[in-house]
Design a binder for this molecule. Structure first.
Ligand SMILES: [Zn+2]
Ligand SMILES: [Zn+2]
Length: 523
């Protein structure tokens, strides 16, 4: 916001104050404290004395939460932040929260509520205090956000949240992991700059060290990563998530750091050519709508069908913040690639740029050239099945092997049992036979009653996917299992499922499973 575009004499977003923001997760898992992030940026240019911060909230029943912090702090740092953790034991439902900053700047006393971004109204933060934990936690499922930007992403008009604050918010909202996927073109900037490249890569190295420290004692693992820009088969810039990559990979084609120089330095195929054992490459938001201006100014493109066949890409982040048209298009392209014999998996993230609670970035049509970011941390989730502790390695193994689902609420578990009593789960491969499909569906009051599920059989010989089973739940229930017998002895392909739940308001939620592969006996 403090960037003044050099071709305009005046920037209406410019204000003689540091940026001041309060944030909190959109939901809190039962038994967790509510972390409220207080963030002040650019106080090195606009020092303030922060007298106090008042946090006040009320829940669905009108019960009150009040916290007054008398601070009297002189703040003159580039980044200053503090997470305040509050008990919410006696509160229920949706908490409406207002955070008032009382400070002085250049001798003037000021009050700002929730933030001081001059262009968006001072709306309260809404935090859902969940009654139940996320589905499947008791049976070994762990949930995470595959695509998230921290304060390592920083440019003219936006910035994310610090790593420790991200970890606290993620844990409180029920996540066991967050993949930190800051832009390649931001990770190589000099600290404090958004356009000067740092040959020492201080930001990258420091963040790796910080992640290691933060992962030492936690229930929520930060998976280090980057979102790299590189060329697709048409020479357009597309994004790939490189998780736990051993070294920094440059990519600035669509970084808008050099106007009209948008050609990718690398092809995505080259970059992912030889991943280390404990690293993973995943296609980001494969069919996210690219505004015309981004196509022209930034040379941005989409993951095309040919790009879906890149070896060493484990799969696709189809779900990016909501089950929308982009998701549907991405899903269809994934199915096409499956029917061509590709064995690739699907994942979910939000591409939130530091937002825990609501979308609050300054929108400037000519300059707002970054990923659209009305997405928030943890709303769409990748669920992984783990029998061991959560660690960077166990998370990446589950993702690589397809032991995962994508969801914005409910959980569908799919298993295949053979006559011999062998059991196969998501990502596994069976030999065609007479099989028993076991389906377990679970939801909570937060995501509504189970509504229906479908099973799809992909048949490579006929290049088509068919719905082979549909089940409509007849009574109100949060949990149910089914067993279905099927003869797939002549099939080469896969089986996958989709579950739908529905809140009483009519709001739907979905879970899409990864496939279980079916080998034809002659394969
Ligand atoms: Zn992106
Ligand atoms: Zn992104």
């Amino acid at each position: 916001m403090h960037y003044r575009f050099k071709w305009f004499p005046f920037n209406r977003y410019f204000r003689q104050e540091p940026e001041i923001i309060a944030d909190a997760p959109y939901r809190i898992e039962p038994g967790k404290k509510l972390p409220v992030l207080l963030l002040i940026k650019d106080a090195h240019q606009y020092p303030i004395r922060l007298h106090s911060v008042g946090i006040s909230g009320s829940d669905t029943n009108g019960n009150l939460l009040e916290k007054q912090l008398d601070l009297e702090l002189d703040i003159n740092d580039y980044w200053w932040h503090k997470t305040v953790e509050l008990e919410t034991d006696n509160l229920l439902g949706d908490l409406t929260l207002n955070v008032t900053f009382d400070f002085s700047i250049r001798g003037y006393r000021r009050k700002r509520v929730n933030h001081n971004l001059p262009t968006s109204p001072e709306k309260p933060l809404i935090v859902h205090l969940a009654k139940d934990q996320l589905p499947g936690i008791d049976s070994g499922w762990r949930w995470g956000d595959l695509h998230f930007h921290t304060n390592l992403t920083e440019d003219q008009i936006e910035f994310g949240a610090p790593l420790d604050a991200t970890q606290k918010a993620a844990e409180a909202c029920g996540l066991s992991f967050v993949c930190l996927t800051d832009h390649s073109y931001d990770l190589d900037d000099k600290p404090g700059s958004w356009s000067e490249t740092d040959p020492e890569l201080q930001k990258w190295h420091n963040s790796r060290r910080e992640v290691e420290n933060l992962n030492e004692e936690t229930n929520c693992i930060l998976v280090p990563g980057e979102e790299v820009s590189a060329g697709n088969q048409l020479g357009k810039n597309i994004h790939t998530l490189l998780l736990n990559w051993p070294e920094f990979v440059p990519g600035s084609g669509d970084g808008a750091e050099r106007w009209f120089q948008t050609s990718p330095e690398h092809q995505t195929a080259e970059l992912v050519h030889n991943p280390a054992d404990d690293s993973l490459a995943i296609a980001a938001h494969t069919r996210m709508h690219v505004p015309l201006l981004h196509k022209i100014l930034l040379g941005r493109g989409l993951w095309e069908l040919e790009d879906h066949h890149l070896a060493n890409v484990a799969g696709f982040q189809l779900l990016n913040g909501s089950f929308d048209d982009d998701f549907e298009e991405a899903l269809q392209l994934w199915i096409k690639s499956l029917l061509k014999g590709q064995r690739k998996y699907i994942y979910a993230g939000n591409d939130a740029h530091g937002n825990f609670n609501r979308f609050r970035q300054v929108k400037i049509p000519m300059l707002s050239v970054w990923d659209h970011t009305n997405q928030i941390l943890g709303k769409c989730r990748t669920g992984i099945m783990l029998s061991e502790n959560v660690s960077v390695k166990s998370i990446l193994d589950a993702l690589r092997q397809g032991r995962c689902v994508i969801s914005d609420g409910p959980l569908m578990e799919l298993k295949i049992e053979t006559k011999e009593g062998k059991s196969y789960s998501l990502g596994g491969a069976i030999n065609g036979d007479n099989i028993y499909i076991s389906v377990e569906c679970s939801s909570t009051s937060e995501y509504g009653n189970l509504d229906s599920f479908e099973l799809f059989l992909g048949d490579l010989n006929h290049s088509q996917e068919k719905q082979i089973h549909q089940h409509k739940f007849k009574h109100e229930t949060f949990s149910e299992s089914e067993e279905i017998e099927l003869d797939v002895s002549a099939v080469s392909g896969y089986l996958r499922g989709v579950l739908r739940s529905e809140e009483s308001s009519g709001n739907p939620h979905y879970c899409y499973t990864n496939p279980i592969w079916i080998n034809h006996p002659s394969d």
